[in-house]
Design a protein around this ligand. Sequence first.
Ligand code: HEC
Length: 110
Amino acid sequence: MRRLTTFTMFGIAAVGVLAGTPAATPQAEAAPSAARIFSSKCASCHAPDGKGSIGGTPNFQDAGWQSSRSDASLTASIRDGKGNLMPAWGKELTPAQIAALVKHIRAMKR
Ligand code: HEC
C-alpha cells in the first residue's frame, strides 16, 4: 500500500510538471531564459514591457529607436553599461545570455 501511495504521488507530480510546461511557441522556446533574466534584472528600470520606467531609459518598443542601434552596440551597452545609470553586466552574464537579451529586446519592437 505504501509503495502504491508513493507511486501515485510520483505520478501526480509528473503530471504537474508536464502540465506546467508552457505552450510551445517558437519565440518562447528561443528565449525563455532571456525573458526570465529580463524580468529579474532589467525590468526594474526598463519595465516588463520594455517601454522604460526610470528617466533616460529608451523605449524598446519604438521602431525608430530599434533601427538607430546595431546589435553590436546593444551588446556592448549591456556588457559595459551606458551613462550613469545603466549597469555593466559583463561580469554577471555570459556572452550567450547577453546575446539572448539582445534578441529579446529586438522582439519587443512594435
Ligand atoms: C538601474 C537601472 C537599469 C537597469 C537595472 C538596467 N538598465 Fe538598461 N538602461 C538604463 C538606462 C538609464 C539606460 C539609458 C542609458 C543612456 O542612454 O545613457 C539604459 C539603456 C539600455 C540599453 C540601450 C543602450 C544603447 O545602446 O542605447 C539596453 C540595450 C539596455 N539598457 C539593456 C538592459 C538590460 C538587458 C538589462 C538587464 C540585464 C538592463 N538594461 C538593466 C538603466 C538600467
